[in-house]
Design a protein around this ligand. Structure first.
Ligand SMILES: *Cc1c(COP(=O)(O)O)cnc(C)c1O
Length: 352
């Protein structure tokens, strides 16, 4: 006799993590910060170590208070999770159940399809347009009576493209007010375009939530902390579906210390943007179909040449995220990492 299990989980792949890198290789597969933690952040974590026998505060008053101040938004709107992936899961569980639809662009963040299916809801994937951007008219046309949530990943992972301010405003205005638009801004700090501002849209419309994370620009991927800014009635339900004590005290402390260190972090963020542009220029000059990015990575629309390029980079000591027959995403690392990427391109015969 076999165990009763949910048949629907057969369609759910296990989350595929960016490849680990061998010692000495450049790990450019998961969009992490290439920089080790700031001393002030490490010190705040050190202080918290003495009390790890206690549960953390679920309300996390220091962190929600600091975020509330930063955005000038009442703390009741701000809810936390173990990374913004968990917050995305909370949003789906809070708003969608069996038979409900959750829409997002495709290709976009790899976690969306699994999270939707795990919740028992139905994913609705709207293909990106020819410019690798969200196809907002097609997304509007795909809204049905069953739509509960629409994710807009801005900038989009893995293509690095953005939805501009006016276009997103018009889109949100056209979405029925009983459907929540979630603007996932995991990469917002790296955007140098006339970007749509998720928080401004949250202020303007009653059916907008924003997702932020400390994993990318703030360099805390290993500690798991992210948050949503959402309408009060949504925030109340996010607190109900959250995993209790999901955000450790160490993560809360590190996040507060990171908010306080934004000037130091900004220097690092600028450096990542500089290296992203260098990598873009180098790939373009070498004739690769690289897409202009506003995130901390670039997308190479390599199609059938994906495996060959991955092999070249791998031979040059660079680990990237490849989507077979589609393309590859290369995170923006340090200047040395990008040197390696560009050097690997010039090698004529890769040992695949
Ligand atoms: C990395 C990423 C996140 C954040 O992940 P965490 O769980 O906060 O580490 C969220 N959304 C997108 C699109 C991402 O790429």
């Amino acid at each position: 006799m076999t165990l009763h299990q949910r048949p629907s989980l057969q369609e759910v792949p296990a989350y595929k993590q960016g490849k680990p890198a061998a010692a000495g290789a450049s790990k450019l597969s998961s969009n992490e910060s290439p920089h080790t933690p700031l001393p002030s952040v490490l010190a705040s974590i050190q202080e918290g170590l003495a009390t790890i026998h206690r549960y953390p505060s679920i309300a996390a008053p220091e962190l929600t208070g600091a975020l509330s101040q930063q955005f000038d938004i009442p703390a009741e709107h701000i809810t936390l999770g173990a990374g913004s992936v968990e917050v995305a899961a909370q949003l789906i569980h809070a708003l969608a159940a069996e038979g409900d639809e959750v829409m997002y662009a495709w290709r976009s963040f790899e976690a969306y399809p699994s999270l939707v299916r795990i919740a028992g809801a139905t994913p609705v994937e709207v293909p990106l347009n020819a410019e690798h951007c969200h196809d907002l008219p097609a997304m509007l046309a795909a809204i049905t009576e069953k739509t509960r949530l629409i994710f807009i990943c801005n900038p989009n992972n893995p293509t690095g493209t953005v939805v501009q301010a006016e276009a997103l405003d018009e889109f949100i205005n056209a979405v029925p007010r009983n459907v929540l638009v979630v603007v996932d801004e995991a990469y917002v700090h790296f955007d140098r375009s006339e970007r749509a501002d998720g928080v401004a849209l949250f202020r303007k419309y009653p059916h907008v939530a924003v997702l932020h994370t400390f994993s990318k620009a703030y360099g805390l991927a290993g500690l798991r902390v992210g948050y949503a800014i959402s309408p009060l009635e949504v925030a109340a339900n996010l607190r109900k579906v959250a995993v209790p004590f999901g955000v450790s005290d160490l993560a809360q402390r590190a996040a507060v210390a990171s908010l306080a260190a934004i000037e130091e972090l900004s220097v690092r963020i600028e450096e990542v943007v500089t290296q992203r542009e260098r990598m873009y220029e180098g790939l373009a000059a070498a004739g690769y179909p690289v897409v202009k990015s506003q995130a901390n990575f670039v997308w190479v629309d390599a199609g059938e040449a994906t495996e060959l390029l991955e092999a070249k980079l791998s031979a040059g000591g660079v680990v990237v995220r490849a989507f077979p027959s589609e393309g590859l995403r290369i995170s923006s690392g340090t200047a040395e990492d990008v040197d390696r990427v560009l050097a690997a391109l010039t090698v004529k015969e890769a040992t695949a």
